[in-house]
Design a protein around this ligand. Structure first.
Ligand code: ADP
Length: 300
């Protein structure tokens, strides 16, 4: 009887030890699994960062290397164009055939020049992103009147043709003054405006607004294009992001999905903010803000 009790006590004891040992083994295994997963996640993260670094390096080298020959090709084409222009002169004795040849050659050169401009635009975009990644985008701050910059942009038909109606609404009898890199801010406005033109029908107007809001200047570009779904609005500021299904209606420029990313970086480096308001099918309003001059001076 006593022996039975002692044996069952021992068995219970052994069972407890066994279950404790099992729990410890399970704990050890799950700790090892966790460690393995953490190590795997670290390796993946390192690999992702390395891939990102290599891509940035490639983009930087490729865009720098492409820029030099492109500039030289463009220069030569323009020089050649000018020479051809002076050769097509009714006062110079030329056969009809020669004259016809010169006219055709000039037209061909003009088309080549346009293609080179498209290519240069793409390479510049890549160059800008590589500067952003390397933190080497330089800004030259000066006092600027935003209303003047806006007028300069809309008067330049390189950005929007004369056939497009662009209204501009700025405060009357008052300049909106900021401390900014005028060329960079111009670049953002041009980009917003070019997109509005690019993605909306030519017979629909574009409106540019400028006003002061508290301590900030507020600029917005409103179009009547297809608009952008709410789920996509966050992503359009990311590098290389393009919204599927949005068609280019008026431009021969190839988009890489870089312009808004560059614009956001420029504005944020001025301590401003960017954003978009849009209801699909009812157009989009892209905006950005910049601290007014007094606000910038207080921060200095
Ligand atoms: P991209 O050079 O491709 O136009 P962006 O960075 O300027 O690059 O814009 C990213 C994407 O956001 C575009 O590809 C387009 O899908 C969308 N987008 C930008 N502006 C507009 C607009 N005004 N209306 C509709 N979609 C737009």
């Amino acid at each position: 009887m006593k022996t039975n009790k002692a044996t069952s006590g021992l068995l219970r004891f052994l069972l407890r030890i066994f279950s404790i040992a099992l729990k410890m083994i399970a704990l050890l295994i799950s700790r090892e699994v966790l460690r393995y997963k953490q190590a795997e996640a670290r390796t993946k993260d390192l690999a992702r960062r390395e891939a990102q670094r290599r891509m940035n390096e490639f983009v930087s080298i490729a865009s720098h290397e492409l820029k030099t020959p492109l500039t030289s090709i463009k220069g030569n084409i323009q020089l050649m164009g000018r020479r051809l222009k002076t050769s097509i002169d009714p006062n110079i004795a030329q056969s009809d055939e020669t004259r016809q040849f010169l006219v055709e050659a000039r037209a061909l050169l003009e088309r080549t020049d346009q293609q080179i401009s498209r290519l240069t635009h793409l390479v510049n975009g890549l160059l800008e992103t590589s500067r952003i990644n390397a933190n080497t985008m330089e800004l030259f701050f000066e006092i600027c009147e935003l209303d003047k910059i806006l007028h300069e942009v809309i008067q330049d038909t390189r950005y929007v043709p004369e056939t497009r109606t662009v209204h501009i609404k700025v405060p009357e009898n008052k300049s909106v003054i900021v401390m900014a890199d005028a060329n960079r801010i111009k670049q953002v406005i041009i980009h917003y405006l070019s997109n509005a033109h690019k993605y909306s029908a030519i017979d629909h107007p574009i409106i540019i607004y400028l006003h002061e809001e508290g301590q900030m200047a507020h600029i917005s570009v409103q179009d009547e294009g297809p608009g952008i779904p709410a789920s996509e609005q966050r992503h359009i500021w990311e590098r290389f992001y393009r919204v599927p299904g949005i068609e280019v209606l008026n431009s021969s420029e190839v988009g890489l999905g870089l312009g808004l990313h560059i614009s956001r970086t420029i504005v944020e480096q001025h301590h401003g903010r960017v954003g978009v308001q849009s209801i699909p099918g009812r157009g989009a309003t892209f905006w950005f803000t910049l601290p007014l001059l007094q606000e910038s001076l207080q921060k200095l």
